[in-house]
Write a protein that binds this ligand. Structure first.
Ligand SMILES: NC(=O)c1ccc[n+]([C@@H]2O[C@H](COP(=O)([O-])OP(=O)(O)OC[C@H]3O[C@@H](n4cnc5c(N)ncnc54)[C@H](O)[C@@H]3O)[C@@H](O)[C@H]2O)c1
Length: 346
């Protein structure tokens, strides 16, 4: 491609302004040429700040009027599916913020739309680009961990209910801690496990701290209208026999303010990911391996640069629509299991 890649952004909130737009603008031969936001004033302020020429209130008008190569979806979860499908139908590659959407049906429709359009649909799971995750993946691919049969994913905040956006609104987000931050560590664990097919899911969710006033380390949230879970726990078994334990909380009475962690156990080795520590038995001794150096960079920027690179080189991004379906099946099954108090067989 000789002319610059033309990018459009739908939703000009925190993640668009903090990650997507500056990361695209730091790429060579890439231009963010249009933004759409339901509140036009917000779109205009964003366009002024980043010198983006075309501004829309309605994303469909943007897609109809401007020829775009790729679109980032940065809106609340409820709108991901419709907007991603509309962009794919217009022949755009799509980078959709996490989670893929709210329901499994939506994510299957997104996968079908990408297939039909022959365009890329990637989900913004930026922890895959963490140097710890990329390094451990190489150990796994070199069979140094062996068969991974057990894993744990943790996304736990002490008092980290988001005080901005609509993260506590079930209708717009589909849920709370699980679908917002739990999915990051769930995706990281599944990615390291090579996205096995889930078999059975047992989940619980709680609303204990979010619906009353309290300390807000991420700002003041609207506790009177808090309609999501502040904590979720789950056990997921897979068709290959592996097990994954998951815990996610916006707020819980724990020691640390914010823990994002994945641990894996294989028959040749195990690891904690953040920080990376690998546990093995070799030559008759038990070994702990830690990297002496890992590079430091913005994971969001790395992810967006990779998305752009995949478009330029016509290669598959690491996150694909099928994985989105598997992840969403697990998330939906956890919510269903919590509601019915029964394990869900997938
Ligand atoms: N990858 C990450 O680490 C990360 C971090 C934060 C948010 N996110 C995801 O990004 C998305 C947005 O989060 P945010 O923090 O930027 O929220 P935000 O509230 O700051 O921004 C959302 C923007 O979308 C606009 N909007 C709402 N409905 C719209 C519609 N139908 N069409 C067009 N615009 C619409 C809002 O006016 C707002 O400007 C969510 O899906 C969230 O899960 C991801």
């Amino acid at each position: 491609m000789t002319r610059p890649l033309r990018i459009g952004i739908i939703g000009t909130g925190e993640i668009a302004k903090g990650a997507h737009i500056p990361s695209y603008q730091s790429c060579e031969n890439v231009e963010v040429i249009a933004v759409a936001n339901r509140t036009l004033e917000k779109a205009k302020t964003c366009a002024d700040k980043f010198q983006i020429p075309h501004v829309y209130q309605d994303y469909e008008t943007m897609l109809n009027e401007i020829e775009l190569d790729a679109v980032s979806i940065c809106t609340p979860n409820k709108f991901h599916a419709d907007q991603a499908i509309a962009a794919l139908n217009k022949g755009c590659h799509v980078l959709c913020e996490k989670p893929p959407a709210i329901t499994v049906e939506e994510v299957i429709t997104m996968e079908e739309a990408a297939k039909k359009a022959g365009k890329m649909l990637a989900y913004a799971f930026h922890y895959r680009y963490a140097p710890e995750v990329m390094t451990l993946k190489k150990f796994i691919e070199a069979n140094e961990i062996g068969e991974i049969y057990s894993a744990k994913a943790t996304a736990m905040r002490r008092r980290g209910i988001p005080g901005w956006g609509v993260f506590t609104n079930k209708e717009l987000q589909g849920g709370g801690a699980l679908i917002d931050i739990g999915v990051h560590m769930l995706d990281t664990a599944l990615y390291l496990m090579d996205y096995p097919e889930p078999d059975t899911v047992l989940g619980t969710t709680y609303e204990k701290l979010g619906n009353r006033p309290g300390v807000g380390l991420l700002g003041d949230w609207d506790w009177k209208n808090f309609s999501v879970e502040d904590m979720a726990n789950a056990m997921i078994t897979f068709k290959n026999g592996a097990t994954l334990m998951l815990e996610a909380a916006f707020a819980a009475n724990v020691e640390k303010d914010d823990v994002m962690q994945v641990s894996i156990i294989g028959d040749q080795g195990g690891a904690d990911v953040f920080p990376l520590k690998i546990y093995q038995e070799k030559h008759g001794v038990l070994l702990d391996t830690t990297p002496a150096y890992l590079p430091s960079y913005s994971l969001h920027t790395k992810q967006i640069h990779d998305f752009v690179q995949c478009i330029f080189t016509e290669t598959e991004p690491p996150s694909n629509p099928r994985q989105g379906v598997i992840l969403q099946k697990i998330v939906s099954a956890i919510y269903e299991s919590a509601k019915t108090r029964n394990a869900v067989k997938l």
